[in-house]
Design a protein around this ligand. Structure first.
Ligand SMILES: [Zn+2]
Length: 93
C-alpha cells in the first residue's frame, strides 16, 4: 500500500491533502502539547514533509554505495545512499 498522493499540508496540528474539489482528506493529527506545544508543531511539520523526504531519499538512494565502490561489503554501511535506502524500507515495507 502506498501513502496518500498529493501535497501534504498543515492546519494547526493536523495534516491533510486537498482533493481536486479542495476537500480536505485528513492524514493525521498530532497530539496537542505532548510533550510541548512547540514540539507538537515540529512533529506536525515533519509528518507533512514525509512525502517530500521520501522522494529525496529515493533520489539519494540512486547514488552508489561508497563501500561498494571501494569493493567492501555494504553491510552496516552508513553512507548517504544506504541511509536513504534504509529510510525508504522503513516507510514502504
Ligand atoms: Zn553504503
Amino acid at each position: 500500500m502506498e501513502h496518500t498522493k498529493g501535497k501534504w499540508k498543515i492546519d494547526g496540528l493536523s495534516i491533510y491533502v486537498a482533493d481536486h474539489f479542495s476537500r480536505r482528506l485528513w492524514i493525521a493529527t498530532v497530539c496537542v502539547g505532548m510533550p510541548s506545544e512547540d514540539e507538537s508543531e515540529a512533529n506536525a511539520r515533519l509528518i507533512s514533509a514525509a512525502p517530500d523526504l521520501l522522494e529525496a531519499c529515493k533520489a539519494i538512494s540512486k547514488m552508489p554505495c561508497l563501500l561498494k565502490l571501494l569493493g567492501e561489503p555494504e553491510e552496516n554501511c552508513t553512507c548517504a545512499s544506504c541511509i536513504a535506502k534504509a529510510a525508504i524500507k522503513k516507510a514502504e515495507r
